[in-house]
Design a protein around this ligand. Structure first.
Ligand code: 5GP
Length: 187
């Protein structure tokens, strides 16, 4: 079976992390790409597992030496996917999922048109705001910045291959499984 690169994007707080975690538990032959970020780790996040946490200087150097397949600034921090990491995974025949923002997703599609882009949407903007506040991981300023990104993200997602509404975790995971297995059969 051919291996493909899948990109999953969704607004902050939409629950894409939970959907992906559950998906990966049920589908261990898929792996999640680990990005680099200049954001500080949240409680419980581990370097090399959730992200590679690097300084702004290190990030700048990696950009200058063309180490990223894509990178983006999101709500005041930088995030990027290392080319080497992705190429290694694909060479090893792994099914790889990138969980990145919509700007990054579109950059990946430009360079790798075979990549499949999936957008996870909230059932409503109000539900999204409640979730974002409910997780208590960001201060008010960050929440406002993230809410402002939401409209932009929804606009960019118009050119994505698939959309999944996350109104129920089980349904969203099933939908993702359906999309990914269908795409693999077409590969
Ligand atoms: P968070 O700070 O909540 O972990 O992530 C913020 C946003 O950055 C999310 O939309 C997440 O998908 C995105 N993101 C994480 N890693 C990358 C990456 O490597 N590149 C891009 N473009 N976005 C990323």
């Amino acid at each position: 079976m051919n291996k493909k690169l899948f990109v999953v994007s969704g607004s902050s707080g939409v629950g894409k992390g939970t959907v992906l975690k559950e998906f990966l538990k049920r589908n261990p032959d898929f792996m999640l790409s680990i990005s680099c970020t200049t954001r500080k780790p949240r409680e419980g996040e581990v370097d090399g597992v959730n992200y590679f946490f690097i300084s702004k200087d290190e990030f700048k150097k990696a950009v200058q030496s063309d180490k990223f397949l894509e990178w983006a600034e999101f709500a005041g921090n930088f995030y990027g996917t290392k080319k080497k990491f992705i190429n290694q995974c694909l060479e090893e025949g792994k099914n790889i999922i990138l969980e990145i923002d919509t700007q990054g997703a579109l950059k990946v599609k430009q360079q790798m048109p075979e990549a499949i882009l999936i957008f996870i949407c909230p059932p409503s903007l109000e539900a999204l705001e409640n979730r974002l506040r409910g997780r208590h991981t960001e201060d008010e300023e960050t929440i406002q910045k993230r809410l402002m990104e939401v409209q932009e993200e929804i606009k960019r997602a118009e050119s994505f291959d698939y959309k999944i509404v996350n109104d129920n975790l089980d349904n969203a995971v099933l939908e993702l499984e359906k999309i990914l297995s269908g795409e693999q059969e077409n590969a």
